[in-house]
Design a protein around this ligand. Structure first.
Ligand SMILES: [Zn+2]
Length: 212
């Protein structure tokens, strides 16, 4: 795959380290998705930028269980396709960076093992034991089903890799997720880079993430 040629292993290792740090930094020991909120992590190292966007499936497609019919499958496919429209979703400050890879998955984070080739660290970002303590707006028909039918809280997780022609080209980006999935009202964004790290809460009116 092209990445091997373009990105020396040393760089990947650094990014791995950064993402593991970010994972701990961002999520700590307790993590659960909160409806209406997406999580966004950005890890920059040299000319590579890894990004992961995690949103509760319910906010994107209206349900969180595995699709049980064609209509539900279609909804999921549509959502995945929207998250692949990267030039709509992300508006970068520069044309020196381009998204060279994107993967969108549905499931719990643990189900994503092996989904992103050569980027095992991304599977650690947002790993979720799914001990959900959050409140749901939607009906929980299986609320009292006890052990035989454990309620699923699947996410839609999109992973992107950017490659920039110079290391400091990417300074900010606008994230237009709110236009695509109006049920998302906030994005908890965290970034980490050799020059520092930071976090921002993005909303429809404040959707530019500064990376400096
Ligand atoms: Zn949930």
């Amino acid at each position: 795959m092209p990445l091997t040629n373009k990105a020396p292993l040393k760089q990947n290792s650094l990014v791995i380290g950064l993402l593991v740090s970010l994972s701990t930094f961002t999520y700590g020991s307790t993590n659960a998705h909160i409806h209406g909120q997406a999580d966004f992590t950005v890890a920059m190292e040299a000319n590579l930028v890894h990004m992961q966007l995690t949103l509760p499936a319910g906010d994107a497609i209206g349900f969180e269980h595995n699709p049980t019919n064609q209509q539900e499958q279609q909804k999921l496919n549509d959502a995945k396709a929207k998250l692949q429209e990267v030039s709509t979703l992300f508006v970068l400050n520069t044309q020196q960076c381009e998204i060279v890879e994107s993967i969108v998955e549905f499931g719990t984070d643990n189900a994503l093992k092996g989904s992103f080739e050569s980027n095992s660290m991304l599977q650690d970002v947002g790993r979720d034991e799914h001990e959900h303590g959050h409140q749901h707006n939607h009906d929980h028909t299986d609320k009292h089903a006890s052990t035989e039918s454990k309620h699923q809280h699947n996410n839609i997780i999109a992973q992107y890799m950017l490659e920039c022609s110079s290391a400091d080209a990417l300074k900010n980006m606008s994230v237009n997720l709110f236009d695509i999935f109006p049920a998302i009202s906030t994005i908890n964004a965290q970034w980490i880079a050799p020059h520092g790290q930071g976090g921002q809460t993005l909303s429809a009116n404040t959707r530019q993430l500064n990376l400096q």
